[in-house]
Design a protein around this ligand. Structure first.
Ligand SMILES: Nc1ncnc2c1ncn2[C@@H]1O[C@H](COP(=O)(O)OP(=O)(O)OP(=O)(O)O)[C@@H](O)[C@H]1O
Ligand SMILES: Nc1ccn([C@H]2C[C@H](O)[C@@H](COP(=O)(O)O)O2)c(=O)n1
Length: 209
C-alpha cells in the first residue's frame, strides 16, 4: 500500500502507525532523497548539477532500515537519520529531487524491498508502485502543518509555513495524488484519527468495496 502527501502532512507518523497495526514495515522514500541531499551538501556539489550529485551518491552506499517505529538511513556504520531533517537539508532537497538520476537511484532501492510494506512519499502510488493495493494521499493547510512542525523545531511558525509553501511549490510536479488514491485532509484529525481512517480504507479495499 502507498501513503503519499504534501510536506509535513503526517506521512511518516501515519505510515509508522499503520505499519505497526498491520505488522509490516514501512519505507520512507523522502529519507532517501534527504540522504542524497546530505551527501551532495557534504561534497560541496552544485545541487543542480546531476553529474556532480550522482558522483557524490556513487561514493556513498546507503541502506534504508525500514523499522516500523521510524526508518533510519545508514552509510556503513554512520547513522545519518538525525541530520536528515535539518534546515539545510530541507532547503536543498527539492532541487535534488527533480534530478531524474536521483529519482532512479531512490526508486531502485525501494523496488528491491520484498512486499508487503507501506511505501510513503510523493509518487509512490503514481510512479513507483502504481499497482499497489490501497493508496492514500494526506493533505492539510500550510498553517496546520507549520504549527505541528513547530512543536519539533526551534524556528517560528511563520518561517516554517513559508518554507513549507515553497517546498510544496517546488515538489508539485511529483506530488500529484494518484487517481485511485483516497485523499484525507488531516487538519481536523489527530494522529490516531488519521491512522484509523487509513486502516478502515485498507479493510474496505480487502473486502473489495
Ligand atoms: N493528525 C495529526 N495531528 C497532530 N499532529 C500530527 C498529525 N499528523 C502528524 N502530526 C505531527 O506533525 C509533524 C509532521 O509529521 P510527519 O513528520 O509524520 O510528516 P511527514 O509528512 O512525514 O513530513 P515530511 O514531509 O517533512 O517528511 C510531526 O510532529 C507529527 O507528530
Ligand atoms: N517520493 C518522493 C519523496 C520525497 N520527495 C522529495 C520531495 C520532498 O521535498 C523531499 C523530502 O521528502 P519528505 O521528507 O518531505 O517526505 O523529497 C520526492 O520528490 N518524491
Amino acid at each position: 500500500m502507498t501513503i503519499d502527501g504534501v510536506a509535513a502532512s503526517g506521512k511518516s507518523s501515519v505510515s509508522s502507525g499503520v505499519a505497526r497495526a498491520l505488522g509490516i514495515p514501512y519505507l520512507s522514500s523522502g529519507l532517501l532523497y534527504r540522504a542524497a541531499t546530505l551527501f551532495a551538501l557534504e561534497d560541496h556539489a552544485d545541487l543542480s548539477d546531476q553529474g556532480a550529485v550522482l558522483a557524490a551518491l556513487g561514493t556513498h552506499p546507503v541502506r534504508l532500515e525500514p523499522l516500523a517505529e521510524g526508518n533510519r538511513v545508514w552509510q556503513n556504520g554512520r547513522d545519518l537519520t538525525p541530520e536528515l531533517h535539518s534546515t539545510r537539508v530541507d532547503h536543498g532537497v527539492s532541487a535534488i529531487a527533480v534530478l531524474p538520476g536521483v529519482r532512479a537511484w531512490v526508486n531502485e532501492q525501494l523496488r528491491q524491498v520484498p512486499p508487503p510494506f507501506v511505501a510513503e512519499g510523493r509518487d509512490m502510488g503514481t510512479n513507483v508502485f502504481p499497482h499497489a493495493g490501497a493508496k492514500f494521499y494526506l493533505t492539510a493547510s500550510p498553517r496546520v502543518r507549520a504549527r505541528r512542525r513547530a512543536q519539533e523545531r526551534p524556528e517560528d511558525v511563520d518561517a516554517i509555513e513559508a518554507a513549507l509553501i515553497r517546498r510544496d511549490d517546488l515538489d508539485r510536479v511529483q506530488s500529484a495524488p494518484a487517481a485511485d488514491a483516497v485523499v484525507i485532509d488531516t487538519g481536523p484529525l489527530d494522529l490516531d484519527g488519521v491512522i484509523g481512517k487509513v486502516l478502515a480504507g485498507v479493510q474496505r479495499h480487502r473486502a473489495g468495496q
